[in-house]
Ligand binder design. Structure first.
Ligand SMILES: Cc1ncc(COP(=O)(O)O)c(C=O)c1O
Length: 327
């Protein structure tokens, strides 16, 4: 049993681990899905697990306002807005992009949750993010507030505890189902989910490979990012692990046209899983990752005779602003 740092109880766990019988038969594989889309806080997916640790740290430091950042349709920002509302904290979201037309998807929900929204042109956001976050924090401090900044995706040495804890939960799932999966597969966007799972699998000595399907940046970038999150975890919590490079496995073949841009094949895979299993993915993260998983199985690059667990990290609201992809 690993000793975890303090966490605020937000997530409804354990989430179900389900066998995808019909999808497996069609693909010729043994596919399971860990339903982390059902962690709660308004369908907030993987972010809830990370925020349990990150918000516990923020509250222990006496903060009253959370500042975080992401794209206009960021699931992480929306999850943070709802988690803050449920804890009586204020949320300020620094978003990349300028909204057009009627608010949709996550942006609409951010506003319903009462978050303060600050939007910036992508060029300004990308080149000045640390300064934008610090300027907002300084403004709040000058008003007597106590801000706490959460980095993109809550992917850092603290947030990754969420998926270390999820690896412990998966270990119990595997024992109760008598499973020895060859792979645990997740979408990788800011790296924290993969970092937590990779670290958890290493600490628990599970014989399985964590495979991150990149949705935006390439393999080398995520190799560095996952390692950096784990190194920060070691420093913050005074732990030592010796993780060899081979433990960080990233597939960047399925990024497609770019972040939040999916090809027709991804929308087709999402629609196929929805009608085959009654489970909805999203075009930005889970749909791309699951499409990649199925494609790798079909190409014979992943084993069809071994159990494989896909972690459904949420993202359902990302479908609505991209509805044209289904027409
Ligand atoms: C629905 C969903 N799945 C997967 C991810 C990727 O997780 P991570 O940012 O920890 O790599 C994200 C966020 O980036 C997400 O919103």
């Amino acid at each position: 049993m690993l000793k975890l740092p303090p966490q605020v109880p937000l997530a409804q766990t354990p989430t179900p681990l389900q066998y995808l019988a019909r999808a497996s038969a069609e693909v010729g594989a043994k596919l399971w899905i860990k339903r982390d889309d059902l962690t709660g806080i308004t369908l907030s997916g993987n972010k809830v697990r990370k925020l349990e640790f990150t918000l516990a740290k923020a509250m222990a430091e006496g903060c009253d306002t959370i500042i975080t950042c992401g794209g206009l349709q960021s699931n992480h920002c929306r999850a943070t807005a709802f988690a803050c509302a449920s804890l009586g904290l204020a949320a300020v979201l620094v978003l990349r992009g300028v909204p057009e037309g009627v608010d949709d998807g996550n942006l609409l929900l951010d506003k319903l949750a009462g978050a303060e929204i600050c939007t910036f042109e992508p060029r300004v956001y990308t080149s000045q993010l640390p300064q934008l976050l610090e300027a907002k924090a300084e403004e709040l401090r000058s008003q007597g507030r106590r801000p706490f900044i959460i980095p993109t995706g809550a992917s850092d040495g603290t947030g990754i505890w969420g998926y270390v804890a999820a690896a412990m939960e998966l270990q119990r799932d595997f024992e109760s189902q008598n499973l020895q999966p060859s792979h645990i597969v997740c979408a990788t966007g800011s790296g924290g989910t993969q970092a937590g799972l990779t670290l958890g699998v290493h600490l628990l000595q599970l014989e399985t490979t964590v495979l991150g399907m990149a949705v935006c940046d390439d393999e080398a970038y995520f190799q560095r990012k996952v390692r950096a999150d784990i190194e920060q975890w070691q420093q913050r919590y005074n732990r030592q692990v010796s993780l060899d490079d081979a433990a960080i496995v990233v597939n960047d073949r399925y990024i497609g046209p770019g972040y939040a841009k999916a090809g027709a094949e991804v929308f087709a895979t999402i629609a196929w899983l929805a009608r085959t299993e009654g489970i909805v993915l999203d075009p930005v993260y889970t749909g791309k990752a699951f499409h990649g998983l199925v494609s790798e199985l079909r190409a014979g690059r992943l084993p069809s005779d071994r159990d494989i667990v896909f972690v459904h990290t949420g993202g359902i609201f990302g479908n609505f602003p991209q509805k044209q992809g289904y027409s």
